[in-house]
Design a protein. Structure first.
Length: 318
């Protein structure tokens, strides 16, 4: 294969370190350009918008009440650590954020804005003729879009982490106002925050790579965006119709297997399982294996990326 031969020659010639340095420079440049991209700024705004709204509500209503309650609680539970007293209630409140997460960050708003931004990674470069220039150089075409994906993965992870840390901190302040106890509570639910961050970030990267795959077939970014939109809206409906049109066990089995190809459903189901265990707060049409859901999410990250690399290295771009 062309890709393997390329790296074999680089390793044989002792040039692999210089290639990694080149990739690092491209990544640094993409990080710089991404901060000036208007579509990416829209992605950031939509990611943090619910947190901004909740912060304003917290400052206006929750924090004034909690500052008064913290004094009363200190008297009632004198000598006891308030973080231990309210740990169970606090954990349940943080767990309830799950409904907000699957409705927004694992839902349509973030899906569509991710698709709009990621559609530029290949289609945008092809429309400007950059890929034609790369085709005449002794470099891999995939190096033109891989740094973009890596840059987006880094910034989206940092954004997701900041969003959920702030979100849980707001919840903590609503319990303990501006006190050390509010900060201490973050360590109590660190495992839960990590799960929220991990699943949401994998969902975003999966949508990104799927969009990049679709954009490798065209110079028009709208094709990739509409493809993701059609998949998101139509696939779940199609699966539910199959379970209704095909009666009995056969319809249930087919629906169950096809449900694993719904990235939104996979991420939501898996997150619900690791947060609530077997007692999921949402009743799904089919029972799914959470491990297979995780595997499906990872598959949506890895498989489209590999296929895209192969397509762009071998496809005639004329």
């Amino acid at each position: 294969m062309k890709i393997l031969e390329f790296y074999r020659q680089k390793i044989k010639g002792g040039e692999i370190s210089s290639e990694l340095v080149k990739l690092g420079r491209l990544l640094k440049e993409e990080l710089r350009l991404m901060s000036k991209n208007k579509r990416f700024l829209v992605f950031i705004i939509l990611m943090v918008l619910p947190v901004i709204i909740l912060t304003e509500i917290s400052l206006l209503f929750w924090l004034p009440a909690s500052s008064q309650n913290i004094e009363l609680m200190s008297i009632v539970y004198k000598g006891r650590d308030l973080t231990d007293v309210f740990l169970k209630e606090f954990e349940e409140t943080v767990k309830s954020l799950y409904f907000m997460i699957i409705g927004y960050w694992l839902g349509f708003p973030i899906l569509i804005v991710t698709a709009i931004f990621a559609s530029e990674f290949i289609a945008g470069e092809r429309s400007t003729g950059t890929f034609d220039l790369f085709a005449t150089k002794p470099v891999l075409r995939s190096w033109l879009f891989l740094p973009k994906i890596l840059a987006f993965a880094i910034i989206s992870f940092l954004t997701t982490a900041a969003v959920y840390l702030t979100l849980v901190l707001i919840v903590s302040f609503s319990f303990f106002s501006f006190s050390f106890a509010a900060l201490k509570m973050l360590s109590k639910v660190g495992w839960l925050i990590f799960k929220y961050i991990g699943v949401t970030w994998m969902f975003i990267i999966a949508i990104c790579n799927f969009t990049v795959l679709l954009s490798s077939f065209t110079k028009r970014t709208l094709f990739a965006v509409f493809g993701v939109l059609a998949y998101s809206l139509g696939y779940g409906i199609a699966v539910s119709l199959i379970s209704q049109l095909i009666p009995g066990t056969l319809g249930e089995v087919i629906s169950q297997k096809l449900s694993y190809l719904d990235i939104t459903n996979d991420a939501s189901y898996y997150l619900g399982h690791i947060v609530f265990g077997e007692k999921s707060p949402i009743e799904y049409l089919v029972t799914m294996n959470p491990n297979l859901c995780l595997a499906a999410v990872l598959g949506f990250i890895i498989i489209p990326l590999i296929i895209t690399i192969i397509i762009m290295e071998y496809k005639d771009l004329e």
